[in-house]
Structure formats: structure tokens, C-alpha cells
Design a protein around this ligand. Structure first.
Ligand code: SAM
Length: 223
């Protein structure tokens, strides 16, 4: 059984998750960069990350994530067009972190609205197609000699501005996940092995009590 203190922590973390704030990575292929982005997403309260890898499979998580992949789901898409369209259909504005002429200072965006931050490949940046399909371009002003930041650093800078705005707007004071998703993910976090067995058997998750205990009347579901 999950210990009550841990169960409470899982509830708190899920309560802070912001399902309408996300990241879309386009061909970010270095595992340590992707892992660092996911780790930042966990810290900011991003619920799910989206990624596209046009050349190869999405890289696997590296140790840099320190286990954050367990807490932030990574959705992959076959191509950037699908990914952007899917986010826009779900009401997200997609802002490309992109060093273009039309880019505006990242601090001028209202991140309290449903927002996806598009981040480009380490070497080539955001593709022209993705830049064209995005709702706007944002830039972190660079006043030094180098032209760009490491992609995971850029992600952190922008995401923590989003967190700042959302904290100021009280968006972490209320639970944003719908109740079914909250219960489902809470069970998966608290009992990953049992959740996997339920999946295999196509059975529903058992109900949990106040302290995270599996309620006896539903225990038979997982045998
Ligand atoms: N040569 C590439 C270019 O011109 O875009 C540099 C890519 S940069 C190392 C990788 C990604 O980090 C970029 O595609 C962008 O998403 C993000 N990035 C890095 N520095 C940024 C900045 N100053 N403003 C906005 N995004 C930035």
C-alpha cells in the first residue's frame, strides 16, 4: 500500500498540474535535452509534453530527467503538421520559440490562456512549416555574443514565466484536471504495477480510500 504521506504528495502534485499548458518539441533529438525539458515541465506543473521526431524514433529518457518521465506523459505525433493541428483543435495557441524577424519578447504573451510552446531542433531550430503554422513567434532577448540558448534552457526560461503568470492568476490554487483524469492518474502514480495489470486484463482500476488504500470491495478487480 502507498504510504499516506506519499499519497498526499501525489494528490498535491496532481492538483497543481496545468493541462492547458504544454510544450511541443520538434526534432529535439538529444536525450539529455528532452529529459531536461521534461524535468522542467514537471517542476512547472505541465501535465503532458508533446513531441515530434521526423528523422528517427523519439529519444529515450536519460538519467537527467531524474525520474520525471514517470510524472509527465510524452505524447508523440507522426509529424509536426498533425501535432500543431491537434493542439490548435484543442484550443491551444501554439507559440514557436523561434528566432525570426516577427518574434515578440516572450514576456508579452498571456500564458494563462491555453498555451503550447514549440521548441526547435538543437541545430536547425523550428522548421519553416512549423513556424508558418504557429500562432506566433516568441524570442528570449539575447544581448551577448551567442545567438541562441540551449533548447532546454530556453524551455525553462519561458515555462517559468508561464508559471509566474499562472501563480499570480491563482491558477495553482484550484484543481484543473477533470475528476476522472485526476483519479485515473492518481491511481497510476500510486500503484503503477497494479495499474499495468488492470491494463493488461482490460479491467477498471480499483477505488481508493481517503488515505490511498485500495478499498476491499474493489480489490477483486486486480487479482
Ligand atoms: N540555429 C538554430 C536557430 O537558428 O533556430 C538554433 C536552435 S536553438 C539551439 C534550439 C531551440 O531553442 C530553438 O529552436 C528555440 O526553440 C529555442 N531557443 C534557443 N534560444 C532561444 C531564444 N533566444 N529565443 C527563443 N527560443 C530560443
Amino acid at each position: 500500500m502507498v504510504i499516506p504521506r506519499r499519497y498526499k504528495r501525489l494528490q498535491q502534485v496532481l492538483g497543481n498540474r496545468q493541462p492547458d499548458l504544454t510544450v511541443l518539441t520538434e526534432d529535439v533529438h538529444k536525450p539529455h535535452n528532452l529529459s531536461a525539458i521534461i524535468r522542467t515541465c514537471d517542476a512547472v506543473g505541465v501535465f503532458e509534453v508533446n513531441g515530434v521526431s521526423s528523422k528517427s524514433k523519439m529519444p529515450t529518457y536519460s538519467q537527467v530527467a531524474q525520474g520525471s518521465e514517470k510524472w509527465v506523459r510524452l505524447n508523440t505525433y507522426p509529424n509536426i503538421k498533425n501535432a500543431i493541428a491537434s493542439l490548435q483543435e484543442s484550443n491551444f495557441k501554439v507559440y514557436a520559440a523561434h528566432l525570426s524577424q516577427e518574434a515578440v519578447d516572450y514576456r508579452t504573451i498571456d500564458y494563462t490562456q491555453p498555451t503550447a510552446i514549440l521548441l526547435g531542433a538543437e541545430k536547425y531550430g523550428v522548421s519553416q512549416l512549423a513556424a508558418d503554422l504557429s500562432d506566433g513567434h516568441i524570442i528570449i532577448p539575447m544581448l551577448g555574443m551567442v545567438q541562441s540558448l540551449n533548447v532546454s534552457v530556453a524551455a525553462a526560461v519561458i515555462l517559468f514565466e508561464a508559471q509566474r503568470q499562472r501563480l499570480a492568476a491563482g491558477m495553482y490554487e484550484r484543481v484543473s484536471l477533470d475528476s476522472d483524469t485526476f483519479k485515473r492518474v492518481l491511481f497510476e502514480w500510486a500503484y503503477p504495477e497494479i495499474a499495468a495489470v488492470c491494463h493488461q486484463k482490460g479491467e477498471p482500476y480499483p477505488s481508493l480510500g481517503k488515505e490511498g488504500e485500495i478499498l476491499s470491495e474493489s480489490r477483486s478487480n486486480v487479482n
